[in-house]
Write a protein that binds this ligand. Structure first.
Ligand SMILES: NC(=O)c1ccc[n+]([C@@H]2O[C@H](COP(=O)([O-])OP(=O)(O)OC[C@H]3O[C@@H](n4cnc5c(N)ncnc54)[C@H](OP(=O)(O)O)[C@@H]3O)[C@@H](O)[C@H]2O)c1
Length: 437
């Protein structure tokens, strides 16, 4: 007997919602064969039903009342692609309570209320899937939950914000200033009118909180993630990066060390020999090291209507499979322990330190002495003359603890020959950079 099609209610029909509709329309036949039944959108919640839509809406109803979807007994799966915290949070919880499986793309919500939502899904015995919430079209959530599940994850390092990667790539390739490229990114629609969530690293921090929770089986929230943005990176730093055979990226890094998790988002010099350095423009990548599998890297488009829609549709199909096998609610929360978060002062990195100093004898020796006092040695030194008896010095340290670096900075601040501490940027990429750990 032919099975009835699965009925989908969309909460939101913007960029991602439209992508979902288009994929379900364009690939209708292959999707229904793979799922074993048709999959059709029956209702979509919007704010303004009179707005023009990117997709043909003739086959479903637009509504401005969420209850039309949440309370509709015919709807099997609710797809939350409206964004923000409220009312999305309440709608997801109510949908689960009313017996629906839920798919969401909402990283803001998950990074803040993931535990509450996953608990609600567990209580309801329903799926809450969220592949699209991290790195758009890259299937990294499923990879961590399923394909790499047999590994102890050692490290996860990602370029998971396309806007900042676009800006840093254009600055590096074209020798342009940050403000100039940011304006271009806004004109092209790659950056919001208020770009702070992207350029301050918050968007990447939300995604990292979600990924780290899955990778290390321990709940991490946005509040645990040390976060620094890219606005202090100048084209001078990018020119030095090139000279040092590195690229500058907004790196999202999570690793487990002695039963503690280190989670941080900040700009970093990455050696050009590291696979993440080749990720350019709006592309994203997540590099994962597992104890059994070794190094892996997942690469693709981190945003956009169809790439993100692709992730939502794959979750829809997983829910359909679970419905078929009575397995809904079986793999929602993968956290099985609660590890401590490592304090910032114990983070270990190499550092790029750019200084303006007086061009006088013994200055370099004094700098070396100050860093040595803090227990830090140099991997590389570049000195360039500047007009007016000044010099620009770039020091690249061997790996040291953040606390040691801060101690060295205190010495620099009171040394009269240092005119300006222009920038300090972490150098990541491990052995391939310094040859030491
Ligand atoms: N865009 C991406 O590339 C991308 C990538 C990954 C994840 N995400 C996530 O996906 C989600 C959706 O993003 P988006 O870019 O598709 O957003 P969007 O283009 O702004 O679309 C939001 C949709 O939700 C509707 N909506 C919002 N608030 C509503 C409310 N209170 N009541 C009724 N309808 C409401 C809007 O209605 P109107 O159309 O009538 O205004 C619109 O259709 C967000 O959580 C975002 O973080 C987006």
């Amino acid at each position: 007997m032919q099975k009835l099609p699965l009925k989908i209610g969309l909460l939101g029909l913007g960029t991602v919602g439209s992508g979902v509709v288009k994929i379900l329309q364009d690939n209708q036949e292959s999707i229904s064969i793979k799922v074993g039944r048709g999959v059709e959108v029956v209702k979509a919640l919007v704010r303004n039903p009179d707005l023009p839509r990117a997709v043909n809406c003739d086959s479903f109803t637009l509504t401005t009342d969420a209850r039309d979807i949440i309370d509709d007994p015919e709807i099997d799966i609710v797809v939350e692609v409206m964004g923000s915290i409220e009312p999305a949070r309440s709608y997801i919880i109510e949908s689960l309570k009313s017996g629906k499986n839920v798919v969401t793309a909402n990283k803001d919500l998950l990074a803040l209320h993931g535990r509450e939502l996953l608990d609600a899904a567990k209580e309801a015995g329903k799926d809450l899937l969220f592949e699209a919430s991290v790195a758009g079209g890259i299937p990294i959530v499923a990879a961590l939950k399923h394909s790499l599940a047999g590994n102890q994850i050692k490290q996860l390092a990602g370029i998971i914000n396309g806007t900042t990667n676009y800006i840093l790539t254009a600055m590096a390739d074209q020798g342009r200033d940050y403000a100039d490229v940011l304006k271009e990114a806004q004109d092209l629609g790659y950056a919001e009118a208020d770009p702070s969530s992207d350029v301050d690293g918050l968007d990447a921090a939300r995604k990292l909180a979600i990924l780290a929770s899955i990778a290390f089986g321990s709940r991490v929230t946005i509040h645990d993630v040390f976060t620094e943005g890219i606005s202090k990176i100048s084209k001078v730093d990018l020119a030095y990066a090139r000279e040092l055979d590195c690229s500058v990226k907004l790196l999202a890094l999570a690793q487990e060390d002695e039963e503690r998790i280190e989670v941080r988002v900040h700009p970093a010099f990455i050696p050009n020999s590291h696979p993440l350095s080749s990720v350019k423009g709006v592309f994203n990548a997540v590099y994962v090291v597992g104890d059994a599998v070794g190094e892996t890297m997942f690469y693709g488009r981190g945003a956009g209507s169809l790439p993100t829609g692709s992730a939502v549709v794959s979750d829809l199909m997983q829910v359909a499979h679970n419905l078929e096998t009575y397995a809904n609610g079986s793999l929602n929360c993968t956290c099985y322990r609660q590890l401590e978060i490592k304090p910032v002062s114990e983070f270990k990195s190499a550092y790029y330190v750019r200084l303006n100093v007086k061009d006088e004898p013994r200055v370099l020796a004094s700098l070396a002495h100050m860093f040595a006092e803090a227990g830090i040695s140099f991997a590389s030194i570049i000195q360039k003359p500047k007009p007016g008896q000044e010099a620009e010095i770039v020091l690249v340290t061997h790996p040291c603890q953040e606390g040691q670096l801060q101690q060295a900075v205190e010495y620099l601040k009171v040394y009269s020959k240092v005119l300006d501490i222009c920038n300090i940027i972490r150098v990541e990429g491990g052995q391939s950079w310094s040859g030491r750990d």
